[in-house]
Design a protein around this ligand. Structure first.
Ligand code: PMP
Length: 362
């Protein structure tokens, strides 16, 4: 099959074609080792080079220096929901959570298992159609950390500017928008992201953290749950998801080749504008879920006049080679996930489909 569809799935999601081709070309004989990277020991020079290059490139793209480390872990972003309070929420302290969607709620639920928590702001009563304003955020006294979700995959909202909370360490789940545009990564004590949206395949979770957070973690939590274990062993304490890290590294090299974060932002803005314009110029036929000042560059959520039309839209789009547009089951409607690897051409095709669909059915 040579025909490829435009893949608007929320994750696992589209990967750059250049990356897939490179992986294919070196699949049977990785760099003259006579075997696939899938078959290679994680203690080999070949894999160690991949592991090192991936960490260095991620730091380079984010402009981070020696005071940060990158870890490649397993268990998805969902395991980070628990590892963060396990490591950073001591007895007697409180962790603050800003709720902007279903994933922040899940992160909070795990933290509650380990200690005191405080909801510093929530837009739940607005059906998470917006990011709270700075003035709405009420921190607890001296929080152990403040947790945010930078992009809300299900609701299609995204923080436009990141807040600073003085001494309180800022932690972010960036699963669905990491590396989508330049930002001040030094604001964050820890960033985590499941790779399967903007970074590569599923199976690896990236953790980017200040070095001091990766030392002296509590001794009474399981070895694999301590960040220190993974930092001390360069993410090679146990067998890593080597193939996922290898693809992730190819995606990082691809992103660097595209011109890095400033260049990808330009393209992401162009892509998202095509679809948001189709919504805004539809005279109310398409209705965006997110408030305009909170719109995501990565996940565009919208409704049609009826559920019936939404179903027809998704199935006709699929026939036209535009797949994965059905919204998350918890909110319904439609969702176009247009991560870094989605092309401008794919977004143009969706824009055109939206215009035609409205003409025929509006
Ligand atoms: N956080 C966000 C923002 C997500 O979008 C997702 C997955 N869609 C998760 C966390 C959970 O990630 P994982 O499946 O890697 O545990």
């Amino acid at each position: 099959m040579t025909h490829r569809v435009f893949n608007f799935n929320a994750g696992p999601a589209a990967l750059p074609i250049e990356v897939l081709k490179q992986a294919q070309a070196e699949f049977l004989n990785y760099q003259e080792t006579g075997m696939s990277i899938l078959e290679t020991s994680h203690r080999s020079k070949a894999y160690e080079a991949v592991n090192r290059e991936a960490e260095a490139t991620l730091k380079e793209l984010l402009g981070l220096g020696d005071n940060y480390r990158v870890l490649f872990l397993q268990g998805g972003a969902s395991t980070q929901f628990a590892m963060i309070p396990m490591n950073f929420l001591p007895q007697g302290r409180t962790a603050d959570y800003i709720l902007t969607g279903a994933w922040s709620e899940k992160a909070l639920k795990e933290a509650k298992l380990f200690g005191n928590t405080h909801i510093a702001a929530t837009t739940g009563e607005d059906n998470y159609k917006r990011i709270p304003k700075i003035g709405e955020i009420q921190l607890s006294e001296n929080p152990a950390y403040v947790h945010i979700t930078s992009n809300n995959t299900i609701f299609g909202t995204q923080w436009q500017d990141f807040p600073s909370f003085g001494q309180a360490p800022l932690i972010a789940d960036m699963s669905s928008d990491i590396l989508n545009k330049p930002f001040d990564a030094e604001k964050f004590s820890l960033i985590y992201a499941g790779a399967q949206k903007n970074l590569g395949p599923s199976g690896v979770t990236v953790v980017i953290a200040r070095k001091e957070l990766l030392e002296n973690n509590p001794k009474d939590i399981p070895t694999m749950m301590r960040y220190e274990t993974h930092a001390k062993n360069d993410s090679l304490y146990n067998t890593p998801p080597a193939f996922s890290v290898y693809i992730l590294n190819l995606v990082l090299q691809w992103l660097k080749g595209q011109g890095g974060l400033a260049a990808i932002e330009k393209r992401n803005v162009e892509k998202a504008s095509l679809i948001y314009n189709a919504i805004d110029q539809s005279g109310g036929y398409y209705r965006g879920h997110a408030q305009k000042d909170s719109r995501s560059l990565m996940n565009i959520t919208f409704r049609l006049p009826s559920e019936e039309l939404e179903k027809t839209f998704a199935s006709q789009a699929e026939k036209a080679g535009l797949i994965g547009l059905k919204g998350h089951r918890s909110v319904g409607g439609l969702r176009a996930s247009i991560y870094n690897a989605m092309t401008v051409e794919g977004c143009r095709a969706l824009e055109q489909f939206m215009l035609n669909f409205q003409q025929k059915n509006g």
